[in-house]
Design a binder for this molecule. Sequence first.
Ligand SMILES: Nc1nc2c(c(=O)[nH]1)N[C@H]1C(S)=C(S)[C@@H](COP(=O)(O)OP(=O)(O)OC[C@H]3O[C@@H](n4cnc5c(=O)[nH]c(N)nc54)[C@H](O)[C@@H]3O)O[C@H]1N2
Ligand SMILES: Nc1nc2c(c(=O)[nH]1)N[C@H]1C(S)=C(S)[C@@H](COP(=O)(O)OP(=O)(O)OC[C@H]3O[C@@H](n4cnc5c(=O)[nH]c(N)nc54)[C@H](O)[C@@H]3O)O[C@H]1N2
Ligand SMILES: [Mo]
Length: 670
Amino acid sequence: MYKTVCPYDCPDSCSVLVAADYKSCRGDPDNSYTQGFLCGKGRRYPKVVFSPERFPTPLRRSGPKGAGIFRAITWDEALAEVAAQTENTWDCYGGSAILPYSSAGTMGVIQGRAGEPLFNALGALRLQDTICSAAGEMGFNAILGRRLSADPETVSDGDLIIIWGANPASTRQHIMPFILSAKRRGAQVVVVDPYQSRTVRWANWHLRPRPGTDTALVLGLMYVLWHEGLVDKNYLRTYTIGFPELVKQVLPRFTPSQVETITGVPAAEVTRLARAYAAAQAPFLLVGHALSRYQGAGQLFRALATLPALLGVYGRERGGIIFSTSQGFPIDWEAVYGSDLCTGPRKEFNMLELGKALDPDAAETVRLLFVYNANPAATCPDQKAVRRGLMRTDLFTVVLEHFVTETALYADILLPATTAWEHADLYTSYGHYWLQWADKIMSPRGQARSNCHIFQQLARRLGFSDPMFYCSAKDLAQQAVRRGPDGLNEANWQALWQGKPVKVLPKGANPFAHGFSTSSGKVEIYSAALAAQGLPPLPDYIPTGMDRDGLTLISVHPHEFINTSQVPLARGDKCYQDLAALFNPADAATFGLTSGQQVQLKSDSAEMVVTAKITAAVLQGTVVIQGIVPVSAVPGPTVNTLTSQELCDFGLGSTFSGIEVYPMTDPFKT
Ligand SMILES: Nc1nc2c(c(=O)[nH]1)N[C@H]1C(S)=C(S)[C@@H](COP(=O)(O)OP(=O)(O)OC[C@H]3O[C@@H](n4cnc5c(=O)[nH]c(N)nc54)[C@H](O)[C@@H]3O)O[C@H]1N2
Ligand SMILES: Nc1nc2c(c(=O)[nH]1)N[C@H]1C(S)=C(S)[C@@H](COP(=O)(O)OP(=O)(O)OC[C@H]3O[C@@H](n4cnc5c(=O)[nH]c(N)nc54)[C@H](O)[C@@H]3O)O[C@H]1N2
Ligand SMILES: [Mo]
């Protein structure tokens, strides 16, 4: 058995045991969060590693962009050409003509942003990492200061678990045993979701707000808590700022009946949930990333992060909020990114605006694009603009990948990257507090090289001599992990590098029990910092403006896939064929739709064809698309054909969800 870690963009970052013949893998019982089980995506990893779809050598484009016609070249040729292009671009146009685009294809600390030291040295554009949950992160941190969560392993002690805009039965599967253990001991499990997700099967209460209206529902709960005298006044006085202003300026507009009008959730249910929350001793609020994809997402996260404070839940040993644990690890990120190699300011660009950045008419033209750990031609909004940009003949595109993805089709140079079994890496998590080191457990297949190796080789060819470009991944990881009082103790340090998962819970099960890292040290319901930026100082509801005659589009992350990562090996599978656009029966009647039918969906700016499935699991007035994978059996358009580059209220985040679409069965009708 070999020990490793599941590298995918998922909160669970599971500890994995791989069979000696590499044919199978399972969860490592050494990690009390993973608890010895792996989901279907994790168990599919041997198929990724040994997939015949992986390309074994570097490739050079030999047909038109987007056609996917390549010829094999040597590493020496590939690196020489990329180095020459980089040098040339830098000499002629400067660092801001070089755009690095990466995401969380691997969650490994070292391979994840492996290009950063080089891009710092080149003064390239700096990517704002916004695609997943920027609004959520900013909203959460505005209230609580730092992205920490209650230890998810203590959820089994909860007596009320509210799962809000999350589908952990698919997207965070390893928290489910803790939720179900609490339920067996009498806890109520509530799901707040317009869609009847898999998680609803495990719940005893389902509230279905209209998409994008949740902030009104949270404020309605607060209204009831305040109006019925259920709030913890002492806690509010001592540990929060701005509750009186919230009571005066915001809450009176969110009586249960007003909330019913906005959200569709019956007024009696609003009151009932508020009372249940107040009565619970250890209530947990599990908040999903899905909520971060709306116009008003920043405000929603502020409201959600405020709610537990009304009852003083943050001061209790059990209960609290679970969104992300990503800022709970003793990692020096500046060391990982090689920030001191940066010689001047780097211009920033929002990854959600890749289409604009690649626009030939942009004020400053990008000439060289590096893509790794990401598939933006499928996952970025406003897909037409992205693909138009990728078609530009004056753009040189380098892609590091396992597979010929939608993005890789446009590469000038395509470089074969190693999988998590073929390289070494350090793993944090955004769903738990286990820090893990995974050595490489097999030689790379074909001529694959790790992201880190590839960027180091490139840096050396460009004449950079910093030691970062000569270190092993393990050296880099050891420089990044802090030791001592604000880091790992000696025993954990030793255990980590022996491959044992190490729990790094910063301050007990509820990380906010000892205070907040906002500038005031309190829960900042009123934020002077946001006011200074011209943003609303108090959480409030921003109307969606969606009460028109179309349907509201939500795309959910699919159970069987992890973003687009495993799509190339599953195109023939049944689970792939099952991905469809889901419509409510009443809407199907209005628009004349039947299951299995090809339907054209139109948004303000674009249209695409989907296969319809009619199901009451979808709330009337909404359409749910399962996943961001291409809808055809060959690499093709995704739901992001319909989305736009518009950003949300705060945090430069996305508006993937909440857009209005019109279904049409007759493509000639306009
Ligand atoms: N199996 C699987 N797991 C994954 C991923 C995957 O692709 N597949 N992706 C990973 C990544 S990158 C992420 S960011 C996370 C995402 O994790 P989640 O946020 O849990 O997943 P989503 O499917 O995006 O959305 C969860 C639920 O939110 C609901 N929702 C949508 N809009 C609203 C709304 O306005 N209000 C409310 N109350 N609910 C709403 C959806 O109907 C859906 O059921 O999962 C990670 N884990
Ligand atoms: N409409 C809509 N769009 C969305 C979403 C949505 O809900 N709706 N969700 C958004 C969210 S939350 C996210 S996080 C993004 C996800 O979108 P992306 O961040 O683009 O993620 P993936 O689609 O998983 O693509 C990751 C790629 O990295 C590759 N990869 C994996 N490991 C390695 C490695 O070690 N080295 C290299 N070089 N490559 C590797 C994989 O093969 C895969 O092709 O999509 C966003 N887009
Ligand atoms: Mo994500």
